[in-house]
Design a protein. Structure first.
Length: 131
């Protein structure tokens, strides 16, 4: 899971970025906006049936994009996550606390009807800001 910065855009090489024409992250002045990240690695959904494992992987992908943009996890100010079932909130919360609990960003969790692949349980977005 590595990302590459090209100007004001960061690309991870993920299959969805190329297929749908978007960047993993966009640098906008002091802000970095990271697109929704799932537990898809090399085109394959990881941790099938495991919301915690998917959240941890999605967060790692998102944080890698933040770092590729030149910021750190300490610069994260907002996390949004989407789950397909209410029972996944605690699992995602645990992964979030492990990755960013010391930073204490703002956070929103939303239950959705489904994600792009029915095997995906979690999607994560991050915003970071360098003061």
């Amino acid at each position: 899971m590595s990302s590459e910065r090209m100007g004001s855009r960061v690309f991870s090489g993920g299959v969805w970025e190329e297929r749908y024409g978007y960047a993993r992250a966009v640098v906008a002045g002091p802000r970095v906006l990271v697109s929704g990240c799932t537990a898809t690695v090399d085109g394959e959904v990881q941790h099938l049936g495991d919301a915690y494992g998917q959240a941890a992987t999605a967060l790692a992908i998102a944080l890698d994009a933040v770092e590729a943009a030149g910021l750190t996890r300490e610069d994260v100010i907002m996390v949004r996550y989407y789950v397909v079932d209410d029972r996944h909130y605690d699992s995602v919360g645990r992964a979030l606390a492990e990755a960013l609990g010391h930073v204490r960003p703002a956070c929103t969790g939303v239950r959705v009807a489904g994600l792009i692949d029915p095997r995906m349980l979690v999607e994560v977005e991050i915003e970071a800001f360098r003061a």
